[in-house]
Design a protein around this ligand. Structure first.
Ligand SMILES: Nc1nc2c(ncn2[C@@H]2O[C@H](COP(=O)(O)OP(=O)(O)OP(=O)(O)O)[C@@H](O)[C@H]2O)c(=O)[nH]1
Ligand SMILES: [Mg+2]
Length: 286
């Protein structure tokens, strides 16, 4: 059996757990054809996967992944020719990756996970922090009649850095000792694509226009990443918020009404649009 690992990385709230939930539903429900099929559970417990998949089916937003719980699960997946590949997916909270950028530190357990084969990088397409110019911000504030005190210095914090700066640093760390394992495949998943697709751009164009430095870093090939960009809506729209007191999402009701829950999934990119979110995994394991 080919033992292949895939590591899922992404800043906090980038869509990692939602992807795992939708994937687990898709391969166990088998209600639509998929490039990779479920061939049994390798290691770990299915209880976490079952719990997140249940929330996903109920159209409820996932809880933030707890820092204490790195749930490592191996799923055996079969390709078209019945070759078995064992994919190990950790559900790691985004804080672990944020910590790598902010403190240049990571737990040995996470470091081990990060030395897996292919990389799935999640970027929430609707919460990208773009670079900002102080002069533009001040001008805008003045136009809006807001108070702009002179000589008011805001201390800088790494968390304020644009999304693309944080992600490039993360990718560079994966190509440096002690995490480097040679050139790797990288699937970039622009999550919550339902929020972005109205702009009429392909995922590749979206990456170029919203995260130009990241796109240039990858295209330049300095770190040898072999990459592909996908737009993924693992929910198909907004789900009901975690807080019980909050108003339910209008889209969630429509999504629950679909005959088959797997039809909520929308994946666009180098392949024709599909509900099959095993496609980037198939490409990573090729
Ligand atoms: N509209 C929309 N929202 C999505 C989609 N996928 C994820 N989200 C939202 O994005 C937010 C983050 O999703 P999670 O899957 O919890 O993200 P995560 O990366 O696991 O977050 P941490 O565990 O905190 O690191 C949640 O509010 C999700 O509902 C989608 O396809 N469409
Ligand atoms: Mg999570």
């Amino acid at each position: 059996m080919a033992d292949q690992s895939v590591v899922i990385i992404g800043l906090p709230s980038s869509g990692k757990t939602t992807f795992l939930a939708a994937l687990w539903h898709l391969v166990t429900a088998r209600d639509i054809p998929t490039a990779l099929r479920f061939g049994g559970l390798g290691a770990g417990e299915a209880s976490h996967l079952n719990a997140i998949a249940r929330r996903w089916r109920d159209a409820k937003v996932q809880d933030r992944t707890a820092v204490a719980g790195n749930r490592l699960v191996s799923i055996n997946l079969l390709d078209q020719t019945d070759n078995v590949v064992r994919a190990t997916f950790p559900d790691v909270p985004g804080e672990a990756y944020r910590r790598m950028w902010e403190d240049r530190d990571c737990d040995p357990e996470i470091a081990e996970i990060l030395q897996a084969g292919g990389v799935l990088l999640f970027i929430h397409s609707d919460t990208i922090r773009a670079p900002k110019w102080v002069v533009d911000e001040v001008e805008l504030s003045k136009e809006l009649g807001l108070d702009v005190p002179d000589n008011d210095n805001a201390p800088w914090h790494p968390r304020l850095a644009p999304t693309q700066v944080q992600l490039i640093d993360l990718l560079q760390m994966l190509r440096m000792p002690p995490l480097d394992t040679g050139p790797r495949r990288l699937a970039i998943l622009l999550s919550a694509w339902d929020k972005a697709r109205g702009e009429g751009l392909t995922p590749e164009m979206y990456l170029k226009s919203k995260l130009p430095m990241l796109s240039q870093y990858l295209e330049r090939g300095a770190d040898g990443w072999i990459f592909q960009t996908y737009g993924l809506s693992a929910q198909g729209g907004d789900y009901d918020p975690v807080e019980v007191s909050a108003r339910p999402a209008a889209q969630a009701e429509e999504l629950r009404a679909l005959d088959s829950a797997s039809m909520r999934i929308q994946l666009v990119g180098p392949i024709p649009e599909t509900h099959d979110l095993t496609e980037p995994l198939r490409w990573l394991m090729e």
